[in-house]
Every structure is written in structure tokens, then in C-alpha cells.
Design a protein around this ligand. Structure first.
Ligand SMILES: *Cc1c(COP(=O)(O)O)cnc(C)c1O
Length: 384
């Protein structure tokens, strides 16, 4: 066991803990042969709305489609600008460009990797119609100043809460604070299904109705189309799986938080914090640790060392959005968002499974220490 490769996330371990219930839920859908919509989707929508502190929830085909259909429902398109972060998964900026609008980036706060909310006001123009904050790695953006700018300029707020279901800012849940909140049920998120899935929540009934219409080709009644939407539905099978998993989400979050605390204490114990490693900072009221991301000295060297030691790591994200080839026509250039660019070369995500035993976390931190010891950057410890 001790020499097995440690994965970023151990989905097999999670499946084993819930196997009988998950298998039964999937079989129930197959036997009912109701594969599209139906009571499982509706029940999940109610559960997610309640969990996230929202009035309405609409199940969707993915987190990417949740962002896209939100922009469509808000009539955001050509000539519009949407302010967002360059340090995120591609889907955030991708959705903005897909509706024909222009992403306008603000740099990140180096403490949290989240967008620097104090930089937003200066980017508001006549064309700005929305702000799209991303609650990265499971910690909320500082929402009060952001919501204030949005209110002043009458802007929509589309929360990309794909990594942050259940995280909180001043007691309010990610996704429930803006005009709409978008979640992903991709397998690597805290609440993952057996494939692709997503959802939108909102407090606004009119907007919820519009998103419901758009997810089904704008069809109402059947074969009479009020709007051009798409097929953005959540599979019934995925909804059934998610209904089994949702009641366990808080326990998984707690295990993630304990795992994060263990990592940080171990990094301190080995003398790594400060010069060589920066641990994640918890600045908002409930960080759900979708990822445990450190900054580190000589990241590529450390990654290679850990890989040789059978420890999987990941880089979220190696290329900020303003430097992506497909966005070249936006005119971004190197040096434009220095904090995002610095994060792209120094951040490293460590394995973060709720099921990972602390002995394995200790092994990971010991291996990190061994790397810097060998490089002469950390005094050698007496062998334990
Ligand atoms: C995962 C993710 C998405 C996209 O979700 P999918 O379900 O994979 O389409 C969007 N934004 C962020 C920040 C994400 O992490």
C-alpha cells in the first residue's frame, strides 16, 4: 500500500463506501427507463437549492453549460463586456466568448488566487454588463465589495461556483449571492457524478423559468419554440447518483478541511513554510478545499521529484486566460497580469481525497522536504 501511487483524488475509494446505494439508484433509473428529466431530476434540484440557500435550481448538462446558459438567459452577447479572472479553468472565459461577448480580466489577489475585487471598478465601461467571479479551489471571492460595484453599475453577477458548492462567505453560500450561481458535477469536484453534470441556482423566478426553457431548446409547449436554446439537460442517471451523494457532502468537506489542516501543520513541522512553500490561506468563512494548492520554490523540479516518488500532483493552471492562443485577438500580453502569471509558475495542487489517510499525507510532506534537503535548500533532519 505504502508504495502505490497516490492519486489526486481517489474516486474508487468513494464509490466503495456508497456502492450498494449507488448501484441501486442507477438500477432504479434503468428499470424505470425514465432517462430524461423526471422525479429524480426534480428532487435533486430541490435538494441542491436548499443546500445552496437558493430559491430555484435547474439541473444542467455540465458546469460549462451552466455558465453558457446563464449568459444566454441574461441576454449577454456581442458588444457586451464581462469582467472576470484570467486565473481559472478555461470554461469561465470560454463561455463569455461563446456568446460573443468580451472577457475583461482583472488580476488576482496573491493571497487567495481569487480575483482582486478592488481592481474591478476601474475596469467597468459603458459596455460592461456582468461580473463573473470564480470561487477558486473552494474558497469564496470577497463578495461584498464586488456586489457593491455590481449594484452601483447595475451589473449582473454570475458566480462560477464550479469548485465551491457549499463554501461560504460571511455565512452565505457560494452561488446564492449573485444573480445566478453555476455548479459543476464533474467527477473531480466535491460533489461529482458519474460523468458530466451541472446546475444553476438563482433567487429570481423569472430567470429560473428562462433557464429551464433554454435547457430544452426553448421549447414550450413541445415543438413550439419561444427561444433558441440548446440541449443542456442533466441526465436522470446523474441526478440519481447525485441524490445518493449529496447527504454525504458535508462529511467529505470536513475530511477535506481536516486533511488541509494536517498538510499545513506537517509542512510547518518539516520547516518548509515561508521561504520554500506557502500554504493556502483561509480568509473566508467556509473553505471547502476542492483543491489544496501551495506555492513552491522550483515547482517543476519538485513535481518531477514527487512523480518519481509515486505522488501525483497537478498544476491549476499553467497558462492564464489572457495568454491563451485562442484568445490572442483579445490583445493580451505577457506581464499584463503579473500575479496570475506568477501563480501559473509557482502553484501546485497536492492530492486531496477525503479518504486519504494522514499517514499518506505525512509521506507526501516528507517527500517534499527530502527534495529541498537534496537541493541544499533545507537543513537535513536527523533520520526519523
Ligand atoms: C470544472 C469547472 C468548470 C466547468 O465545469 P464542467 O462541468 O467540467 O463543464 C467551470 N469553471 C471552473 C472554475 C471549473 O473548475
Amino acid at each position: 500500500m505504502n508504495n502505490d501511487t497516490i492519486p489526486m483524488l481517489d474516486l474508487k475509494a468513494q464509490y466503495q463506501t456508497l456502492k450498494p446505494e449507488l448501484d441501486a439508484a442507477v438500477m432504479r433509473v434503468i428499470e424505470s427507463s425514465q432517462f430524461i428529466n423526471g422525479p429524480d431530476v426534480e428532487a435533486l434540484e430541490q435538494d441542491v437549492a436548499r443546500y445552496c440557500g437558493a430559491n430555484h435550481c435547474i439541473g444542467l448538462s455540465s458546469g460549462s453549460d451552466a455558465l453558457l446558459v446563464s449568459l444566454m438567459a441574461l441576454d449577454i452577447g456581442p458588444d457586451d463586456e464581462v469582467i472576470t479572472t484570467p486565473y481559472t479553468f478555461f470554461a469561465t472565459a470560454g463561455a463569455i466568448v461563446r456568446v460573443g461577448a468580451r472577457p475583461v480580466f482583472v488580476d488576482i489577489d496573491p493571497a487567495t488566487f481569487n480575483m482582486d475585487v478592488n481592481a474591478i471598478a476601474a475596469k467597468v465601461s459603458r459596455r460592461t454588463t456582468a461580473i463573473m467571479p470564480v470561487h477558486l479551489f473552494g474558497q469564496c471571492v470577497e463578495m461584498d465589495p464586488l456586489l457593491e460595484v455590481a449594484a452601483q453599475h447595475n451589473l449582473a453577477v454570475i458566480e462560477d461556483a464550479a469548485q465551491a458548492i457549499g463554501s461560504e462567505y460571511k455565512g452565505r453560500r457560494a452561488g446564492s449571492m449573485g444573480t445566478v450561481g453555476c455548479y459543476s458535477f464533474f467527477p473531480s469536484k466535491n460533489l461529482g457524478c458519474f460523468g458530466d453534470g451541472g446546475a444553476v441556482v438563482t433567487q429570481d423566478r423569472g430567470l429560473a423559468d428562462k433557464i429551464r426553457l433554454l435547457r430544452n431548446h426553448g421549447s414550450h409547449p413541445k415543438y413550439f419554440h419561444k427561444a433558441v436554446g440548446g440541449n443542456f439537460r442533466l441526465d436522470t442517471l446523474q441526478a440519481a447518483v447525485l441524490r445518493v451523494k449529496l447527504p454525504h457532502l458535508d462529511a467529505w468537506v470536513q475530511a477535506r478541511q481536516q486533511g488541509a489542516a494536517f498538510y499545513t501543520a506537517a509542512l510547518a513541522k518539516y520547516g518548509l513554510l515561508g521561504r520554500l512553500i506557502e500554504a493556502p490561506k483561509i480568509l473566508q468563512s467556509r473553505h471547502i478545499f476542492n483543491q489544496y494548492v501551495v506555492r513552491c520554490d522550483d515547482r517543476e523540479g519538485l513535481r518531477e521529484h514527487l512523480k518519481n516518488d509515486r505522488i501525483t500532483t497537478e498544476v491549476y493552471y499553467p497558462q492564464p486566460m489572457h495568454l491563451q492562443e485562442c484568445f490572442a485577438d483579445l490583445g493580451g500580453h505577457k506581464g499584463e497580469f503579473p500575479e496570475s502569471e506568477r501563480a501559473a509558475v509557482s502553484s501546485l495542487a497536492l492530492p486531496m481525497s477525503p479518504e486519504l489517510p494522514n499517514t499518506q499525507r505525512e509521506r507526501i510532506v516528507r517527500s517534499i522536504a527530502a527534495f529541498y534537503e537534496a537541493a541544499g535548500k533545507l537543513p537535513r533532519r536527523a533520520a526519523a
